[in-house]
Design a protein around this ligand. Structure first.
Ligand code: GLN
Length: 236
């Protein structure tokens, strides 16, 4: 954290926030405050510059056209790229995840340049991936099973410096048996739900990167939601 206040930057709520992705911001704020960490969230509309001094950046999913527009504006703006190069954290979901790579598929499958902040490349898959997803997180991260909802045409290939966030048990994710990625302090995922309400441990990982070790909190309601969603899709 740069000051005693944690700053969350929510990128382009007017373009990219499908399936309740804005809930990720609410969960992050709530989990920081539960630890006594003061938080301030900056909502950056697509007509505004992205501040480069934030601690945790978040971006959501979207339809193809807003995704292309969002990528063009972020490329031109440069604020997010500067923030990440000084070590800020990022949670990027679905369209936001694809935008972080070198390229993604537009509405006709045409290649659209991304921000090149992580070494991933996306294109359009053969059919839409839609439904519940469950996946085992890379053991190095020490997090419980991921649960979420996916709805995307895109498939994503990870480059050498990027690790899969998880291996899918149910659902499609990146399209090759893995889901999402992580590299440095960047996490990308196809998961909605919203992702952090379904997976509060992911929120805590991002918070730890930004603010250091965290005290435990009461997760009863999160645990109930997770149990309900996971038992609905995983064989007993
Ligand atoms: N437009 C992208 C795709 O279909 C992302 C969709 C989304 O963010 N839900 O792959």
């Amino acid at each position: 954290m740069q000051s005693s206040q944690l700053s969350i930057v929510w990128i382009y709520p007017d373009l990219l926030s499908t399936y309740g992705d804005q809930g990720n911001v609410l969960v992050m704020e709530q989990r920081a405050r539960a630890r006594g960490i003061p938080v301030r969230t900056i909502h950056v509309r697509s007509s505004d510059p992205v501040p480069d001094q934030g601690d945790i950046y978040m971006i959501g999913g979207g339809e193809d056209r807003p995704q292309i527009l969002g990528a063009q504006r972020l490329r031109r703006d440069g604020g997010l790229q500067r923030a990440l190069s000084r070590g800020a954290s990022l949670l990027a979901v679905c369209a936001g995840y694809q935008i972080m790579g070198t390229v993604f598929g537009g509405e006709e499958g045409q290649p659209v340049p991304g921000l090149e902040v992580i070494d991933i490349a996306s294109g359009r898959g053969e059919r839409r991936a839609v439904g519940e997803l469950a996946a085992e997180v890379d053991p190095e991260l020490g997090l419980p099973t991921l649960t979420g909802f996916e709805n995307h045409m895109g498939v994503t290939k990870l480059g050498a410096g990027v690790k899969p966030l998880s291996r899918t048990m149910v659902g499609v994710g990146n399209g090759d048996g893995t889901e999402g990625c992580y590299a440095g302090r960047v996490i990308g995922t196809y998961l909605h739900g919203p992702a952090l309400a379904r997976n509060p441990a992911l929120a805590d990982l991002l918070l730890t990167w930004a603010a250091g070790p965290l005290a435990p909190v009461d997760d009863e309601w999160f645990d109930r939601l997770r149990a309900e969603r996971l038992t609905a899709v995983l064989p007993r």
